[in-house]
Design a protein around this ligand. Structure first.
Ligand SMILES: *Cc1c(COP(=O)(O)O)cnc(C)c1O
Length: 499
């Protein structure tokens, strides 16, 4: 029979034996309160101790750049992942030989800059994954000055008192849109959220079922609506919604009609929706706010360049929309910003709404945005890269493609031809329109697959993002910036030499 003292002693002994076994294992293998399973312990036995790992000569430079703790924690991360793979049955051995190369790869990445310049050879002008719009030279200069100096960001120079950061852009936005007032926030998603929360909270907002879109993965109208506290009232069908549908949906709780630009999505065929004028009339009749999320904010009409049908901000305001929201870095060609233009008393409500503080715009962004707006005002929109790229004449694109082909051939001897390509506006604008462009098609040597070539181009010191199909890599010239052609030629050359 086990008496209490003896039970106590045997527990103590058991505990001591387990503890002394565990103590021999490197401490980074433990997770709180967990006893290692015997087989995992067996598999992990070949790994050197952390002290040994940290003495490896190749780690020393990383330790001096990133610090010893960073190197230690990277080892611990990778070992932890290997351990988890074993526990979950993903792998059956610890792969000790893979440990150091993997840690090296990660440390090399941590030691370099993460957000880097790349070359966009895709022909997609407003490429959301590649940073959307590039700023004009004058906007870049103004950002640099404002970033490095004190400024009158929130200071009224006339009166010597506190000012408001939106004062710098309100007049410009009003001039260019024809609205009475304007405000800016972090991005268009923020502009929609702020407007719905400030104007539609606890009230009903009517939306057409044909416009309940998701944009860029995480911006979904029903979710934003939910988050804002507004109650969504859906009307019509996916393809057809009539003014009577809106009219019938109005109740005493209704405060707003919301129109959403479907952006990256089109319904073609048997479809219809009421015009802005009809919706504006209904909103006035019923004393509602008529808001439109325009997405890509077109300031300058692009129809002369074969891009017609995208509504301009001015056009929306003129049709009677009370509040229009749009992005700064899509077709507008400026920095990431969300603009709201519209009626004075509505914008005043947004200005007083506490959420604005959480969405406010940084000074560098404001500097870039002000300068970009001034380029429009002064008739110098041709200096905005996004517009410049969209307006490029076919003969200029052809010339650029020929010049790139020559450079690549001269540098590397690669087999290249000038080819017609389909470019795209991107950023959710003109989704159904592809714009004709030119590019250079490089026929890969038989030993290199499309995937390998693209990966190697992405691994260049200035990464090159292009497209590839059936053994040819295609560089679209529309989206190339000055000097990109030389880098591409060198990239092709180093890829071939590496073979
Ligand atoms: C792009 C887009 C948004 C989101 O704008 P961000 O500036 O990316 O926040 C919202 N609505 C529409 C219709 C859009 O096209």
């Amino acid at each position: 029979m086990i008496t209490p003292p003896r039970f106590f002693i045997s527990c103590l002994l058991g505990f001591y034996t387990t503890w002394s076994k565990l103590k021999k294992l490197p401490h980074y293998l433990f997770q709180e309160g967990e006893i290692m399973r015997e087989e995992i312990r067996y598999l992990l036995r070949d790994l050197p101790s952390m002290d040994e790992l940290l003495q490896k000569p190749w780690t020393l430079e990383f330790q001096s750049i990133l610090g010893r703790d960073a190197v230690r924690s990277t080892f611990a991360d990778v070992i932890g992942e290997m351990r988890k793979d074993i526990i979950q049955g993903v792998s059956s051995s610890i792969g000790a030989e893979a440990l150091e190369p993997e840690v090296f790869r990660r440390l090399a990445r941590y030691a370099g800059k993460s957000l880097r310049r790349i070359i966009n050879a895709t022909g997609v002008v407003v490429h959301t994954n590649l940073g959307r719009s590039c700023l004009s030279k004058s906007a870049i200069a103004d950002v640099a000055e404002i970033a490095g100096c004190y400024s009158n960001l929130e200071y009224d120079l006339d009166e010597g008192v506190r000012g408001h950061r939106n004062a710098h852009i309100e007049w410009l936005l009003s001039m260019l849109s024809g609205a009475d007032a304007a405000i800016t926030v972090n991005n268009n998603a923020g502009a929609v959220l702020l407007s719905l929360a400030a104007l539609g909270k606890d009230a009903e907002v009517i939306v057409s079922r044909g416009e309940l879109v998701e944009i860029g993965g995480s911006f979904r109208i029903p979710d934003i609506m939910d988050f804002s506290g507004a109650v969504m009232k859906e009307v019509g069908t996916t393809n057809r919604t009539h003014i009577e549908d809106y009219e019938r949906a109005v109740t005493p709780q209704t405060r707003m009609i919301l129109k959403i630009h479907p952006s990256n999505y089109r319904i073609v065929g048997f479809q219809s929706a009421p015009s802005r004028e009809e919706l504006a009339r209904l909103a006035r009749e019923k004393d509602l706010v008529f808001m439109e999320d325009l997405g890509s904010g077109v300031i300058a009409d692009l129809s002369a360049y074969g891009l017609s049908g995208e509504p301009t901000v001015k056009g929306c305001v003129a049709s009677g929309v009370d509040i229009v929201t749009f992005s700064g870095d899509k077709l507008l060609g400026g920095p990431q910003i969300g603009a709201v233009v519209g009626r004075k008393q509505l914008i005043a409500k947004l200005r007083e709404f506490p959420l604005l503080r959480a969405l406010r715009v940084d000074k560098m962004t404001l500097a870039a945005f002000e300068t970009t707006m001034r380029l429009y005002l002064e008739g110098r929109s041709g200096e905005i890269p996004t517009l410049m790229m969209l307006r490029m004449a076919p003969e200029d694109l052809l010339k650029a493609a020929r010049s790139l082909a020559r450079k690549i051939a001269k540098e590397s001897g690669a087999l290249v031809t000038v080819t017609k390509v389909s470019d795209a506006v991107g950023g959710g604008a003109f989704p159904a329109t592809s714009i004709p462009g030119y590019g250079v098609s490089w026929t890969l040597p038989s030993g290199i697959s499309d995937g390998t070539a693209m990966k190697r181009l992405r691994g260049e010191p200035v990464p090159i993002v292009a497209s590839a199909k059936d053994g040819n890599v295609v560089f679209h010239v529309r989206t190339l910036l000055e000097g990109d052609d030389i880098i591409i030629a060198k990239g092709v050359c180093s890829l071939l030499e590496g073979e």
